[in-house]
Design a binder for this molecule. Structure first.
Ligand code: HEM
Length: 494
């Protein structure tokens, strides 16, 4: 009797899978109007209870360890891809320690080096990739076109491997690593989440490539150890110097598996965000001009050329920062954050409103719970003209933008993953990186990567959009832009 309202559906087992799978945001908003902020839908036999709005986000992202479990929700999907003993294939307190280890690798000293490395990769790419032929001819009057999503995804795997993943991975990208990554990625889809064990070729390829990739990282670790190369300024060297609280160092397998997890966590999130960001910039010539001016103001030299980007300087570019923030508001890569309910959760009446003002719902053990900050990102209750892509809203320090900034500032470095004290920021209308104990640790790196790529492209190219900013494709785990995303470009005068 205290169950949250159940979304109406015709097919008993399938439930609302089609509506959810086609456009989850639209589905949630329709349900919200009908049932309020908390409701349950059926997804291939599972019961999934959605809790919307900042309070709903708080209920799930700030949920107690005794009530919600991420590992029970995700392990069937992630363990075959990442491997054993890490992330969701270990107790939560081990994951918290592993996140701290990774934070050591995401240090300011490393970031300082990464900016130059990323600039190099982008410039090499422009100089060599066939999609940039018109750039390579040096003729500033000739327009070319590149498929933005495809090219930026290629570029992001190059930049991520050059920086975090380490030079061995970067050097082997063209020697099979990219193919293995592709096969592994083919096993990291909504289908794998829904049906963990299907006798399909894609599942077998996933398993084969996981093993090959895990072995490859181990061979790197062993070689570095033999040659006594410990300090390489990348993630592997950081991991190899960490120990768990009980004094045990990470095993080689654990390190390998953390590296795979980071590769998977960072690749689609960053490549889609960079693409959306670029598409909005080139679709709004005033913003593109203002961004270029920002570069000139901060880096212009007496001879008219632009000085090299640096990490410190990159962090002080207000418009670039606002453009990335606004991109993540309008296109957060992750539309559904899930947990499994491991003991009944009492939902206070403030949350069941407006439909059931005074009722306390109970979400029973065995349900999944789902938070979708993407819905509050687009809610007119928190944002003026939420559909508008307006980076300047972040300059206005009032209302939702301020609340969001508050939660943003609570992230990253300030989180104490230690036991008990978890960050605030779980009740916010803006959470592209999640919140609470499972919050993203890749945020600063993502800003650095997206910001450096966009700045470098803006410095080199004048760009226009071919057809307007595309629709979302929700068929993949990470929300992608639909279609080719053509961008027209020509070389800026040197
Ligand atoms: C967790 C988003 C980039 C590593 C998360 C979560 C979100 C997110 C929403 C929370 C998931 C949950 O609560 O279930 C993003 C976005 C990114 C991004 C929008 C880029 C624009 C990265 C990068 C890395 C990374 C580059 C690695 C270098 C992680 C890790 C977790 C995480 C380790 C923790 C998982 C957990 O504690 O359960 N990310 N991410 N992310 N992300 Fe990211």
């Amino acid at each position: 009797p205290n169950d949250p309202p159940l979304v109406f559906h015709w097919l008993p087992y399938v439930g609302s899978a089609v509506q959810y799978g086609t456009d989850p945001i639209n589905f949630f908003v329709r349900c919200q109007k009908k049932y309020g902020n908390v409701f349950t839908f059926v997804l291939f036999g599972r019961r999934v209870t959605v809790a919307l709005g900042p309070k709903g986000n708080n209920l799930i992202l700030g949920g107690k360890l005794s009530e919600v479990s991420a590992e029970e929700a995700y392990t069937h999907l992630t363990t075959p891809v990442f491997g054993a003993g890490v992330v969701y294939d270990c107790p939560n307190n081990m994951l918290m320690e592993q996140k701290k280890f990774v934070k050591v690798g995401l240090s300011i000293e490393n970031f300082r080096q990464y900016v130059g490395m990323i600039v190099n990769e982008v410039e090499d790419f422009l100089d060599t990739d066939p999609a940039f032929f018109q750039y390579q001819t040096g003729d500033i009057n000739e327009w070319g076109k590149f498929p933005a999503y495809k090219k930026l995804a290629e570029l992001i795997i190059l930049t991520a491997s050059r920086t975090l993943q380490g030079h061995e991975v970067r050097e082997s990208l063209h020697k099979g690593f990219a193919d293995r990554y592709h096969d592994l990625d083919g096993g990291f889809t909504p289908l794998n989440f829904l049906f963990p064990n299907l006798p399909l070729a894609s599942y077998r390829k996933r398993d084969v490539s996981h093993k090959a990739m895990s072995d490859f990282y181990i061979s790197i670790i062993e070689k570095r150890r033999q040659e006594n190369r410990i300090e390489e300024g990348d993630m592997l060297s950081a991991l190899s110097q960490q120990t768990y609280k009980d004094g045990r160092p990470l095993t080689d397998r654990e390190m390998a598996h953390i590296m795979i997890a980071l590769l998977m966590a960072g690749q689609h999130t960053s490549s889609t965000s960079t693409t959306w960001c670029l598409l909005h910039v080139v679709a709004n010539p005033e913003i593109a001009d203002a961004l270029y001016k920002e570069q000139v103001e901060h880096f212009g030299q007496d001879d008219g050329s632009l000085a090299s980007l640096t990490y410190e300087e990159l962090k002080t570019l207000p418009l670039l920062d606002a453009v990335i923030r606004e991109t993540l508001r309008t296109h957060p890569p992750i539309h559904s954050i899930m947990r499994k309910v491991i003991s009944d959760i009492v939902v206070p009446p403030t949350l069941s409103a407006p439909r059931d003002e005074n009722r306390t719902y109970i979400i029973p053990k065995g349900h999944f719970v789902l938070a979708s900050p993407a819905v509050s990102h687009m809610d007119a209750a928190y944002w003026k003209d939420p559909e508008e892509f307006d980076p300047y809203r972040w300059f206005d320090q009032s209302g939702a933008a301020a609340a969001a900034l508050d939660s943003y500032d609570n992230g990253g470095d300030k989180i104490d993953y230690g036991f008990g004290q978890v960050s605030k920021g779980t009740e916010s209308p803006y959470q592209p990186f999640g919140a609470g104990r499972h919050r993203c640790i890749g945020e600063q790196f993502a800003y650095l990567q997206i910001g450096t790529v966009i700045s470098t492209l803006i410095r080199r190219l004048e760009m226009r959009i071919e057809k307007g900013v595309p629709e979302h494709n929700y068929q993949t785990l990470i929300t992608q832009p639909q279609g080719e995303c053509g961008v027209l470009y020509r070389r800026r005068p040197d």
